[in-house]
Design a protein around this ligand. Structure first.
Ligand code: SD4
Length: 293
């Protein structure tokens, strides 16, 4: 059996359907997740991933991505990379072609160029228009942090499962209007993603500062290692965050997980979240509501 999970109502479907197509062409889990995320990164209509995303406070895009393979805990990530897309492919190259876990900023860009990626302007006309509107005070921080998923960030976090083997991956432009150099949870192993074939795989999306402080993905995988189902492990992480981290009540923090047995789930601190899933080619979406909402 093969399962793909992906975050958010808008891009999640693109991600799981592209991953399934890659699977049908014989791609392994790393390739399926890379292609699923790259399809989202290269589509300018998604506002918090890749080309045409919402910029940082300087009007520049700084992208983050990571991939972790649960077979041997190998991991690769890049953060604060400018002018390169898709960065999930660069993260995979860090995983496969270097002894390191993460490359940052200009040096990650240099590495990508050495690997054949061509630098390009990622600020579309629409991205510039959004940035100008923010600078003019016409749209605020909440534009990207609202319970309305149509306006929410489109960070895409994906989990792939095949006969007990798991890979996690994520790609994002991070928070809109962030301070230049700011890095969130998404490319951080243990925060934005984690995978261990001995326990399960997990990922996160939402307010990166809080998800990182909670080590949300690692915590959720450890819950499954203790015997919780994927849904129970997600609930456990989210309840703990809601109790200890009041900021996570204001802006959605989401975890998703799949256990080594293949059961999966998700939980959110706030609002409604949509989890896309593709189980042996059957694509559907689960609506997940915050506790008490
Ligand atoms: C971050 N977690 O950089 C990301 C943002 C996100 O949907 O998930 N947006 O904090």
């Amino acid at each position: 059996m093969t399962i793909f999970l992906a975050t958010w109502r808008e891009p999640g479907q693109t991600a799981v359907e592209t991953a399934w197509q890659a699977h049908q062409k014989g791609g392994d889990l790393r390739t399926c997740l890379e292609e699923g995320l790259a399809a989202c990164e290269l589509d300018p209509k998604y506002l918090a991933i890749g080309l045409g995303s919402l910029a940082n406070a300087d009007g520049e895009l700084e992208l983050d991505a990571a991939m972790m393979d649960g077979a041997d805990l190998s991991a690769g990530a890049v953060c604060a990379v400018q002018n390169i897309c898709p960065v999930i492919s660069v993260a995979r190259k860090v995983l496969e072609d270097t002894p390191h876990v993460m490359l940052a900023g200009d040096q990650a860009k240099r590495f990508a160029m050495e690997k054949g990626f061509k630098p390009q302007n990622l600020m579309t006309e629409e991205a510039v228009r959004q940035y100008d509107a923010w600078r003019a005070g016409k749209i605020g921080f909440q534009y990207i942090h609202t319970t309305d998923e149509h306006k929410h960030g489109d960070t895409v976090t994906m989990l792939g499962w095949q006969d007990g083997h798991m890979v996690s991956a994520s790609a994002t432009s991070g928070l809109a209007w962030k301070l230049p150099g700011r890095v969130g949870d998404s490319p951080i192993i243990g925060a934005g993603i984690y995978a261990d074939d001995e326990a399960g795989a997990a990922g996160a999306t939402g307010l990166g500062e809080e998800l990182w402080k909670a080590c949300a993905s690692f915590r959720t995988v450890e819950g499954m290692r203790r015997g919780l189902t994927a849904q129970e492990a997600c609930d456990d992480t989210i309840k703990q965050m809601m109790r200890r981290q009041p900021a996570s009540l204001e802006i959605p923090c989401v975890v998703l997980a799949i256990s080594k047995e293949g059961d999966f789930g998700a939980a959110t601190t706030e609002g409604v979240f949509h989890l896309w899933n593709c189980v042996d080619g059957e694509v559907s979406v689960r609506e997940v509501t915050a506790p008490g909402q």
